[in-house]
Write a protein that binds this ligand. Sequence first.
Ligand code: ADP
Length: 512
Amino acid sequence: MKHQKDNLQFNPQIQIMKVSYEGIIEETDSNFFNWAKSTSIFDAHPFFEMLREFERNKDTDKTELNFPCIHLEDSNTERICDVSFILEKKEITCILFDYTSKYKDLNQIAQQKNESILLAKELELKNKYLLEKEEFKNSFIANINHEIRTPLTSILGFVEVLEKTKLTFEQEELARIIKRESYHLNALIDDMVDISKIESGTLKIIEERFDFQNFIDGFNESYSKVAKEKGLIFETNVESNIQEFLIGDRTRVYQILNNLLTNAFKYTEEGKITFSVTKNLQRTNKLTLNFKIEDTGIGILEENIPHLFERFTRFNGYKQISGTGLGLAVVKNLVDLLNGEIKVTSMPEKGSVFNVKLPFKFEITKAAPQKKKKKYTLPENKGKFRVLIVEDKEVNQYLVMKILISNGNFYVDVAINGEEAIKYIEKRKYDIIIMDLMMSPIDGYQATHMIRNNYGDDYIAKVPIIGFSAKGSDNEREKCLRAGMDDFIKKPFGREDLIYKITKHIAKKAAE
Ligand code: ADP
């Protein structure tokens, strides 16, 4: 029989019954169900109710009906059977093939298969959800970055203006705290944006050729001051055989070392911070440098070291020292991005050593002359210079105005968008324009385009324009230059930077 052939390996037990068309059991063995002769099959199990529907077979040929995987049970026995009914003229032969173990096995396999399909589906959904979450997080950070930086620009700028006024000792102290905390917030946003950029793969390495000694001198200069303030010794040792000019992502290397040095000073109350640089490996035009930042500070417990580079990790007991727990996460991400390595050894109460290996390239050609920040002065005997500020936010207008007016060399006009700026420059001659980028109805790029292209008058068409934006993206500056602007200032800006750039472009124009 079909069932037996297909499933021999299971050796099913069989029970055979003869049942009348009225449902009375006429004959049966009791191989597994002990159903009595002359009783109703309908009482044995509801499955057999279907026999009521069968019409008596009037043909000589037998009709066979098969039902697989029927769960039958009575008070003593439970079986999963394939059931065959053979309809004959007088009665129905009913054969039960017990495949309980086969179905149980199959059920298990099917169950496992279903579970693995479900798991894969679940993982796929989870992945999709994570990607969406990641996208949301990144765009959220980009937006919040812009939203926070705008008021922060005002806070920092106004504190600088405030510091220039006559203040009592207490007010001076408060202004200093506001400034310090605002810079701290600014640094936190920088770290958050960097982490989200690294994670979303949008942070690109930008290699440039830079003066290595000059780069180290920068650290020397700023951290010698910190050391003096904290009463610490700061020592820098740079191996003399390192090339004068290196090629690498100067900004990111600076960020890595600056974070480590800041921590070394932050977590050391007495003793010494040593910053050493040695050449590790050199091949044709490539080399690896080993930067070592060693402190005699509070140190890190051994069990905490594996978690050091995780985001928002700050170890108990050190919480009174301000920080975000993001610095080392940024460091680790940047080191990985630059194909470098970072290692830490530390002893509580003794100090810590951070070792960073980073690859660089160098040119075999002769070194180019050093590029120093050129000094500019405003042309003399020209009286005050007229500046047009194009900015839609009142606080920023006021801030730039205050800085320029308190400098004493400038007259200032304010236009609230590109459209108004155009009206102003048609009426008056300006020595320079400070142009915000995001305004409506005419934005900074459009206004610059109109100024540069719509006027025959050279004084208007060639007026120096400095773009001005809280958007810190790497190509923002380039976009401004491409739009025809002469320079770019990122908000929050320092007073010095603003005055330097204005002076530079007025001086350059006068020298033409
Ligand atoms: P933050 O300094 O803002 O808290 P970091 O990510 O830079 O965040 O550092 C994470 C934690 O690692 C710090 O809170 C501190 O507990 C510990 N740490 C980092 N550098 C040092 C160091 N040089 N000495 C001792 N502990 C350190």
